[in-house]
Design a protein around this ligand. Sequence first.
Ligand code: 13P
Length: 249
Amino acid sequence: MRKPFIAGNWKMNLDLSEAVKLASGLKEELAGVTDLDIGVFPSAILLPDVVDALTGSGIVVGAQNMHNEEKGAFTGEISGPMIKSAGATHVILGHSERRHVFGESDELVNLKLKAAHKFGLSPIVCVGEKLEEREADRTAAIVERQVKAAFDGISREPAEATVIAYEPVWAIGTGRTATPEQANEVHVIIRRLLARLYDDELANGFRIQYGGSVKPENATALMAQPDVDGFLVGGASLKVDSFVGIIRY
Ligand code: 13P
């Protein structure tokens, strides 16, 4: 009922020729895969070339971040209309590295989510607790706070067109994956919250990805969980074999 969505967040990796090579490899390997949505999120400077390399593939392309304003004196920033003009259709917002390395607040993520909708980009909003928050039994409270704040003032239609990625901070880049049960438990918490904020129909159709050390070896067990609707993959999305291995879970 929910079409799985598997996305690769390339983070600050790959130069132009490496990115085009990876994109071309994915296009070739994944031709004919239509039972799930696939996306890649290269560095913004590589977007036009990756879009070109993937033309006709069905693989969507997005940016890893954006500014909430349309334009102006924001040196070094990238706007939604710029991302669109590069041919991309999606954007990741509030990634844990944006929140915890660059200090993005819940309020800023909310402004960015509104801007993504306004500029016609499909957003993936990331949420997730830190290790000390999990150990203090605060996972549900943290994730609920992040989702509520991100969706504050967002009406049903744009909300429905959004994807959430649950990425526990302690599982990102650490090789330490949440167990399938741990992931599903938080996805259920998010889905129930969406039902309260909107309604059951929206919540039941809403895609929630898991992210954090996803590999071909753990993809099948994670995807077997009823509320896991795909992945946001970091390290393992940088090679054709491992990303395709995850997609063929
Ligand atoms: P890893 O898959 O490298 O743990 O990264 C996850 C992530 O942050 C994807 O956005």
